[in-house]
Design a protein around this ligand. Structure first.
Ligand SMILES: [Zn+2]
Length: 331
């Protein structure tokens, strides 16, 4: 399916598109701070942008990074002398001042490839206050043709003085419609693209991972053949059979079931009958209040699971609840 491109990543939000256009027009800020929840694609975007800055494989900025030139290859193998990644040392949680000193030392010398240099600091909030002050000094001094790309989940953990030196860009989770469009462009079948766009929590990267993960699609099938195929008390043993030996992926099955039911509630709220059509007919008529009670039962099942209640007892209990709720739908 291939790696994500910078263009695809930028398509996720207006703020990233604006940044990409700045890159295309050669108007990039020398220090960027990408702020947003974990999983929205900040890191992927920062890495691709850094690689694009060092790519010499094509004159056409729209197609950078090319992925094939010397600059790209060295960047990807983390051997590019002008790409710096200050990060926590193994077994450490914070980025200490030593990591920054090494970076400053490198920056004080001439660029090794005679061109741009990029510094990528992922999870910049991991920098200790001393490290942040050290970075601030570097930002204040300014270095020619050097770009700093920082990402953080928690903006308030970054010194205001650093933030004021950076162009701060808030990155929102992708809208499902944008993800669906991006997946269709990549040739993902329509039905899967639709499902993935709802379940990837606003992350195209996660959607692509899920798309390639055969076990995910198997788990969805299992949920369909078990929890969602409960009809009456008589159907419980058959449904339970589908969950036998599935203990190890119990959490994932509960996640998928929860996502499915939330998706159905959402579709009902929007009057989106296409989406509701994916469910067995009985479910399409389920009253929202009843679906919410099932969501609560899933929550309880999770608690039981964490308290080491056996998977068979727990999943059968949950199916029992679903079957009880279903009785109230057929009035
Ligand atoms: Zn390249």
């Amino acid at each position: 399916m291939g790696e994500l491109t910078l263009r695809e990543c930028a398509a996720g939000s207006e703020t990233l598109l604006a940044l990409w256009h700045d890159f295309l027009n050669g108007r990039m800020a020398s220090a960027l701070l990408l702020i947003g929840e974990s999983g929205v694609g900040k890191r992927t975007f920062a890495r691709l942008l850094a690689q694009a800055l060092l790519c010499s494989g094509t004159e056409d900025a729209e197609h950078k990074p090319c992925g094939a030139c010397r600059g790209c290859k060295r960047f990807l193998s983390r051997t590019h002398p002008d790409a710096l990644f200050p990060a926590p040392l193994p077994k450490e949680k914070t980025i200490k001042i030593d990591a920054l000193r090494g970076m400053i030392d490198t920056l004080s010398r001439h660029s090794l490839e005679g061109g741009r240099r990029v510094v990528v600091i992922e999870n910049a909030e991991k920098m200790t206050p001393q490290a942040q002050n050290c970075l601030l000094k570097t930002l204040e001094d300014g270095a020619e043709d050097t770009y700093f790309l920082l990402t953080c989940d928690v903006e308030s953990a970054i010194l205001p003085t650093i933030r004021s030196r950076c162009r701060c860009v808030r990155v929102q989770p992708w809208e499902p419609e944008r993800i669906e469009k991006a997946l269709l462009k990549r040739g993902v079948p329509a039905e899967r693209a639709q499902a993935l766009s709802v379940y990837c929590e606003g992350s195209l990267g996660r959607a692509l991972q899920m798309q390639e993960d055969a076990s995910y699609w198997q788990a969805r099938e299992t949920v369909k053949r078990s929890f969602l195929s409960v009809k009456s008390a008589a159907s419980l043993p058959g449904a339970a059979q589908a969950l036998k030996d599935q203990k190890d992926q119990g959490d994932r099955l509960l996640d998928i079931l929860e996502q499915e039911i939330r998706g159905l509630l959402h579709a009902k709220a929007l009057g989106d009958t296409d989406r509701a059509d994916d469910f067995p007919p009985a479910w399409q008529d389920a009253p929202p209040a009843s679906l919410r009670r099932i969501l609560e039962a899933i929550l309880t099942a999770r608690r039981w699971k964490n308290a080491n209640v056996g998977w068979a007892a727990l999943s059968e209990g949950l199916m029992q609840t679903i079957s009880e709720e279903m009785k109230t739908w057929q009035v």
